[in-house]
Structures are given as structure tokens and as C-alpha cells.
Ligand binder design. Structure first.
Ligand code: SF4
Length: 829
């Protein structure tokens, strides 16, 4: 098989519009293992991004030794990307896995047994409950647990304890997706389908570097753009990504708005639909409300006004709007460039506005994919471990609360519903003051991934809050905990998860976890047992012992809700590969696409939220919602653009923005332990435009200091493809490093980011902060950044010195006058 570090998307399998994406099975086995050596293949799906590619895990001698794509899987048709291929299994047998619980004694974490660790947790938990009540407890979880684990945690938090302080790191990556769906359509849930790629004639990607974040989905798009009757691509991204190059190649357009100006651009696009009457009036009148207010809101955003704000040529904006206005089917995808900016929900809702105005939703080739960052983020949202109520129920609707109280056999007043759920940044604020005195963190690493990381470290290390961390490794966060619990990971436990496209996969246990590590489900059950949470009849409030039983309980509680799992079971998920919800009596084989009848879950008694003001985040009351009588119609909502919270000035003249690289996932707990992935992006860097670099006297590979009002990092500089005035940094790198890099203490991008969030989704803003850059000294070669991605050097950058990490630039060829770069073969894998 070809090296998928260099050939990220693999061989093309082009096909014409309206035909099925051909299968191509990708396989990787660890060195020395041949296919014939594999003893068992175990059904699963990849857990390294939100795409959820179906795969089988290769097992030999009780170890996971590789993965193979499932040809019949609805998501990937057999393909796997670099992270899935090379990053799925090496971490599992890493020598630094946690294998025993740890407790802090005299300032040190020391090994102990499960009973002692759990006794310590329960002692603190019960003490705080008695003294301060359930609001003293907070839970911060992940986008990588299984559905059964989220649901069990949700029941513990909402029916056992009764705390509203629950959220996931999904708040950092996907909260805006959920919020935008709720605002426009009344409930969470992806309307579109990946099969829309096969039918559309244009694809708009908004702030979505799909070639690096969901590589297999991008391969699916490339197989359309390289086939007959290809769609045009429109890219909205301040960086010159592979999406931007494909936009130019397909006759589309690359819109590169100044960082922090997304909403102005979107208002301009929506306005163009009105001006040119690219509006399906009959559909809008029957299926939406709010069109007149929306027209009024966007009216000031002429192409010239947008050009002034965004730095995008007025003609390019017009071209993009025309492509949207004249296409018969547009697929839109949205990700962090929108979600992690200020006005995140308003900008993402504007994407829905474009589709609703054209009536382009619910039919093949006309869909929206508000993407997720993490593989099981969708389940966190569905099950309520993120603070929402399970089953997309409305915390502000007493009937919905009662449904859950009945299902759990607890008093409705136990179920937190007196205020909106507490979001992650607020949980950290409460933990900072000690108002939350017990914080349980599972499968996430906020010491690296949350904004303003010095503050987060202080909170986690302080005595005011007792912290439990459950994870695979002694992460930067676990090192600060009071108790650390060793968890089993993917392949070491059984459970289900749902990808961004509503597709549910079963992931079966392939091997035993190491040492005394336990599944997250078993850990939560152990806590529930030890705490003695009971229902109104004195029975345990958590009534299941196994993952399959938890799944059954979850399916039952989804009855009648948009996210209906009642027709799914483990047996049904075995064999076939990927079934999209809702699955019920009406749709026994799942549902590829929502809203095919133009009816949305906006009825006041059924919806998940009554909505918000997109500017202030102020809530719409039940009475106000009822007065609008949405009755199944979608909301067209708009908001004026406002500048970002922190803009460049004299002291900090540049704009700092963070993002991802294809070779690493989150804080690298898994990908950092995969040799080939880590070597492709081994250390942190920042990207500067050639203009800014020249002004600052910085050359490729130089060590630079990047400072914001909150902190500083010292990393090497890539003279790259960011726009002048912007500085890009990958957020993956904390102080842990497999190679014990000496400089690893000063490289975490989130030292610089701000504690601010979108008023509706509460998603933190990672994309805009003011910074300054100063040159420290010459480096020993090019920056340790990949050279075949959006992080490639700018054309003409002299980078001939030997690489110290990400690969020396050795060749280039010109595609539409846009340079491509490949790794030095000596640096590969
Ligand atoms: S695209 Fe995502 S889910 Fe698919 S193999 Fe790659 S990392 Fe895994």
C-alpha cells in the first residue's frame, strides 16, 4: 500500500454525478504482520475524527495490530485516512499506559487499588453533597466516549446527583453545530447526508479544512470533482488550503475573509440571493418564518461593504452567490473556522438561511453538514452528558423534564431544569472559585485544549476543587488531578457511537485493556454503586450492568423524539455497517436525509429550544415562541456583524488564530504515539505570511516568540500561506512529548487564546486574539511543519536546509500556479 503520510487521500476513484461512490479498501498492519497472520477481525469504526469510517480491527496474540476499512460501510466505502490507518492502534500497547489508579498523597500521585481510589472519590463527593448539595459537582467529559457511557453519566448527573454542571470538550469543537440546528430547525440533528456529495452540483465549505480534518470525506469529494459532471467548489477560509486550490481548479471561488469577519461575508451572500431573486418564494412561504426580518438585517451588506470589512473582492462574493443561486443542488459543510470564531452561531445559521431561501434542503444533493470535530461528539449532545437533556428534550419544557423523570423514576425536581445547562467555561469558572468543589474529567485534556491554558492549569492544580481524571495516559491534565483512574480505550471495550452524519456504528471489544484499566462505563457504574443513587422506589437509579443494556435503556428514552433509536439494537448493528437515525417502526432501516417533507421539529411543544437572540444570546420565552406559531416551519434568523472581542493594536499588531494539522488529533494522546504521524508533525510551529515575516526579519525555521496579553510561546516559524496580518498555530501540542523535546514547555497555542465565547452556543473563541511576534534566533532548518498541507511554505520560500522535523521541502510542481510540496522521502513514515 502507498504511504498515506505523503499521499493523504489515496488513489482517486472518480465517478459521474448520481452514481455510487466506488469502494476502495484501505488496510494497514503494523510492521512484521501480514494479512495471513491476523487471527481475528473485529467490527468497529474509526475514532480519530467525526467522520466515523467503518473499519475492522486486526487482532493477533491478544493485541490490536492494525485496521482495515469496511467496503460495505455507508460512510467510507472501505477507505481510511492517515490518522485512522496509522493512529488507531499503536497507543494501545504504549508502555506509558495507565494501568493502576493513582491518588495524590503529600503532593505526589502514587499508585493504589481501585477500592482506595473510589473510596477517596466517594468520601469527597458525599461530603460535598451533604455540605453544599449537588451544585458542588461538575463533570467535564469528551467527544470520544461511547454512547452508553455518556448516557450513563447523564443519568448519574441528572437523576442521581441533580447537577446542571455537565459539559464535554464538545463545547470546544461542536457546540455551534448543535446550536445552529436548534436555532434554525428547532432541534439538533444533521439534515444532510454524505450521499449529497454524489448528487450536488456545487459544494460550499465554510471554515472547513476538510482535507485535513476529515480526510476520507474529502477523498469522496475529490472523486466527484475528478469525475464526469463535477461540482464546483467554493471555499471560505482565510488560508490557502487544499479546498481553496480545488475551488480554483473546479471554476469555483476562494473567499478569504479577514479572520473574524465571517458573519459580514455571510450576510453579503444572503443579501445577493434576495437582490437577484434566487429565492424559492413558494417554499419559503410554506416552510419558513422570518424572511422579511432577515432581508432587512442583511440589506446593508452590499458586496462593496462586505469587501471593506472582509477584504474579499466584491466580484468574488458575487460569483460565489451566483454559484449558490443558480445551482440545482448545493451541499454546504461548516466547521471550526466558523464555530470557533466570535458570532459563531449567527454565521452558521446564515448557512442555513442560504439553503432555506432556495428551498434546498431535504432532497438529494441539497443539504447541510454542520460538522463535528470529534468522533462521538454527536452522542454527547444526544445523551445529555453535555448538559442538554437526553433525546433532544427542552430543559425549559416541563413536559419534557417529566418524561425523563418518569423514565428514571425520580422526582422531576431532581432533574436540573431551572436554568440553562452550565457550559464548560462556566464550569471552569465555578471550579476556580470553589463553588464547584468536585470536578470529574473523563477522556479529555483541558490543560492543553482549553483557552488561556495557564488559567486552566491553575484551576486544576488548586486546592479549591477536588479533581478526578480518567484517561488512557497521565496527560497534562491528569498530572494535576487528585485521583487518576486508568481507562480502557477504543477496541478494549464495547459500545456504539454516532458520527456527524447521524450514522450509528457498533464497536466491539477486540482485546483486554492493560493492567487494571476499566471501561469508562464500568468506572461510572462503580461510582453510582458506591454513592448509592436510588430512584423513588429505592432501586438503583442506573439499572444496567452492561453496554448492551445501557444501549437498550437509551433507545427506550429516545422514543418519539427526533433522535429515535428505538429500532436499533446491537444485533441489528452487527454485520451491516452504519445505520443513520432515526431508526424506528416507520424507518426500520434508518433515514439517510432529514426534512424531506419540509417539516421541521419547531412546534413549541416538541422543539429542543425556544431559541435565542443571535447577537446577545438572550433566550426566547415559551410564550414568545408560541406566539410565532412556527408549527413545523424553519426559522430564518439574522444578525448584524460586529468586530471581534480583541483586535490588533499598537502593542499586539497581529491576529493570532489556531487550528489543526492532518497528522495529529486533539492533544496527541493517540497520534503522538504513532511514529509515522508524529514524525510528520513532531513539534509546534507558527505560520506567518511572507510580508509579515519580511517586516519582522524572520526566516523560515527561525525561533520566534509569540505573545498575547495572556501568555507567550516560543516555537519555530513557517513562512506560510496565511494572509498578511494573521499568525496561525496548531493547538495540538502541550508539554508532553514522546521524544522528550527540551522546548516542549513553551509551545501550547492556548497559552495565548482568550476566555470568551459565542453568546448562543457558548463555544470558546479560538480564532481571534491579538498577538505580537519577535524573532529569537535562527533555527536549524525549516519549521517542523508538514509541507504537503495548508501548512506548506509560501511559494518561493527558501527551505533547502535539512529538516529537523516535519520534512525538508525538496520538490514542487505547479497546479494552476499554486505550488504543491512533498515530503523528503527520507523523512517519510
Ligand atoms: S477520516 Fe476520520 S474517521 Fe475516517 S479514517 Fe480518517 S480519522 Fe478515521
Amino acid at each position: 500500500m502507498v504511504d498515506r503520510i505523503t499521499d493523504i487521500w489515496g488513489e482517486r476513484t472518480p465517478h459521474p454525478r448520481g452514481t455510487v461512490w466506488p469502494a476502495r479498501v484501505d488496510l494497514h498492519l503494523e510492521e512484521g504482520v501480514a494479512e495471513g497472520d491476523v487471527e481475528r477481525w473485529v467490527q468497529s469504526a474509526c475514532l480519530l475524527c467525526s467522520n466515523g469510517c467503518g473499519c475492522d480491527i486486526a487482532v493477533k496474540d491478544g493485541r490490536m495490530v492494525g485496521v482495515r476499512g469496511r467496503a460495505g460501510d455507508t460512510i467510507n466505502h472501505g477507505r481510511l485516512g492517515p490518522k485512522g490507518l496509522y493512529g488507531s492502534t499503536p497507543w494501545a500497547s504504549s508502555s506509558d499506559r495507565l494501568t493502576r489508579p493513582l491518588v495524590r498523597r503529600d503532593g505526589q500521585l502514587v499508585e493504589t487499588d481501585w477500592e482506595t481510589a473510589m473510596r477517596r472519590i466517594v468520601e469527597v463527593s458525599k461530603g460535598l453533597l451533604a455540605e453544599k448539595g449537588p451544585l458542588s459537582h461538575g463533570f467535564y467529559t469528551s467527544g470520544q466516549l461511547f454512547l452508553e457511557e455518556y448516557y450513563t453519566l447523564a443519568v448519574i448527573g441528572k437523576a442521581g446527583l441533580g447537577t446542571p454542571h455537565m459539559d464535554g470538550n464538545t463545547r470546544l469543537c461542536t457546540a455551534t453545530s448543535a446550536a445552529a440546528f436548534k436555532e434554525s430547525f428547532g432541534a439538533d440533528g444533521q439534515p444532510g447526508s454524505y450521499t449529497d456529495i454524489e448528487h450536488c452540483d456545487a459544494i460550499f465549505l465554510y471554515g472547513h479544512n476538510m482535507p485535513e480534518t476529515q480526510t476520507v470525506l474529502w477523498a469522496r469529494i475529490l472523486d466527484r470533482t475528478r469525475g464526469e459532471d463535477p461540482p464546483r467548489i467554493v471555499c471560505v477560509d482565510p488560508r490557502r488550503t487544499a479546498v481553496a486550490e480545488e475551488a480554483v481548479r473546479t471554476g469555483g471561488v476562494h473567499l478569504a475573509p479577514r479572520v473574524g469577519t465571517n458573519l459580514a461575508l455571510m450576510n453579503g451572500l444572503v443579501r445577493e440571493l434576495f437582490v437577484h431573486d434566487w429565492v424559492n418564494h413558494a417554499w419559503v412561504s410554506e416552510h419558513t418564518i422570518g424572511v422579511d426580518e432577515l432581508r432587512e438585517t442583511v440589506d446593508p451588506y452590499t458586496p462593496e461593504h462586505v469587501a471593506n470589512i472582509c477584504g474579499v473582492a466584491a466580484g468574488d462574493l458575487r460569483t460565489a452567490a451566483q454559484i449558490f443561486g443558480e445551482s440545482s443542488g448545493v451541499l454546504s459543510t461548516v466547521l471550526q473556522g466558523f464555530y470557533q470564531s466570535h458570532q459563531a452561531t449567527a454565521a452558521s445559521v446564515a448557512v442555513h438561511n442560504l439553503h432555506l431561501l432556495r428551498g434546498m434542503i431535504g432532497r438529494p444533493g441539497a443539504g447541510v453538514l454542520q460538522m463535528n470535530g470529534q468522533p462521538t461528539a454527536q452522542n454527547n449532545r444526544e445523551c445529555g452528558a453535555d448538559g442538554d437533556l437526553p433525546g433532544f428534550r427542552n430543559w425549559d419544557n416541563p413536559e419534557h423534564v417529566q418524561q425523563l423523570a418518569d423514565a428514571w423514576n425520580v422526582d422531576a425536581m431532581t432533574v436540573p431544569h431551572w436554568a440553562p445547562p452550565t457550559h464548560a467555561m462556566q464550569i471552569m469558572s465555578y471550579a476556580e472559585t470553589g463553588s464547584i468543589g468536585f470536578l470529574w474529567i473523563s477522556a479529555t485534556n483541558p490543560a492543553v485544549s482549553m483557552p488561556e491554558s495557564a488559567r486552566i492549569r491553575r484551576i486544576l492544580a488548586g486546592d479549591q476543587c477536588f479533581t478526578v481524571v480518567q484517561d488512557l495516559f497521565l496527560t497534562e491534565t491528569a498530572q494535576l488531578a487528585d485521583v487518576v483512574l486508568p481507562a480502557a480505550g477504543w477496541g478494549e471495550k464495547t459500545g456504539c457511537f454516532t458520527n456527524v452524519n447521524r450514522v450509528v456504528h457498533l464497536s466491539e471489544q477486540a482485546v483486554q485493556p492493560p493492567g487494571e484499566a476499566r471501561s469508562d462505563l464500568d468506572i461510572f457504574l462503580m461510582y453510582a454503586d458506591a454513592m448509592g443513587f436510588t430512584d423513588r422506589d429505592g432501586a438503583p437509579v442506573v439499572k444496567w450492568r452492561t453496554a448492551e443494556e445501557a444501549f437498550g435503556a437509551w433507545a427506550a428514552v429516545t422514543a418519539g423524539r427526533p433522535v429515535d433509536y428505538t429500532g436499533l439494537s446491537y444485533d441489528k448493528l452487527r454485520g451491516p455497517s452504519g445505520i443513520p437515525w432515526p431508526v424506528n417502526a416507520e424507518h426500520p432501516n434508518g433515514t439517510d436525509r432529514l426534512y424531506t417533507d419540509g417539516v421541521f421539529p419547531t412546534d413549541t411543544d416538541y422543539c429542543e429550544t425556544y431559541g435565542h437572540d443571535l447577537v446577545t444570546g438572550g433566550t426566547v420565552s415559551e410564550q414568545e415562541h408560541r406566539a410565532m406559531a412556527p408549527a413545523g416551519r424553519a426559522f430564518l434568523k439574522g444578525a448584524p456583524y460586529t468586530p471581534a472581542h480583541e483586535t490588533p493594536g499598537d502593542d499586539y499588531p497581529l491576529l493570532f488564530t489556531t487550528g489543526r494539522t492532518v497528522y495529529q488529533f486533539h492533544t496527541r494522546t493517540k497520534t503522538g504515539r504513532a511514529r509515522s504521524l508524529n514524525q510528520a508533525a513532531p513539534d509546534a510551529w507558527v505560520e506567518l505570511s511572507p510580508t509579515d515575516a519580511a517586516e519582522l526579519g524572520i526566516n523560515e525555521g527561525d525561533w520566534v516568540r509569540v505573545e498575547s496579553p495572556r501568555g507567550a510561546i516560543e516555537v519555530r516559524a513557517r513562512i506560510g500561506r496565511v494572509m498578511p496580518g494573521a499568525v496561525f498555530a496548531p493547538f495540538h501540542y502541550g508539554h508532553w512529548d514522546p521524544d522528550d523535546l527540551a522546548d516542549a514547555d513553551h509551545r501550547s497555542a492556548n497559552e495565548l487564546t482568550m476566555t470568551v465565547w459565542d453568546p448562543v452556543s457558548k463555544q470558546p473563541t479560538f480564532k481571534t486574539a491579538a498577538c505580537r511576534v519577535t524573532r529569537l534566533r535562527a533555527g536549524e532548518g525549516p519549521a517542523p511543519a508538514p509541507t504537503n498541507t495548508a501548512s506548506a511554505p509560501a511559494p518561493g520560500t527558501p527551505t533547502t536546509a535539512p529538516a529537523t522535523g516535519g520534512g525538508a521541502v525538496t520538490s514542487s510542481h505547479v497546479l494552476d500556479e499554486t505550488p504543491h510540496y512533498t515530503l523528503d522521502p527520507s523523512q517519510e513514515n
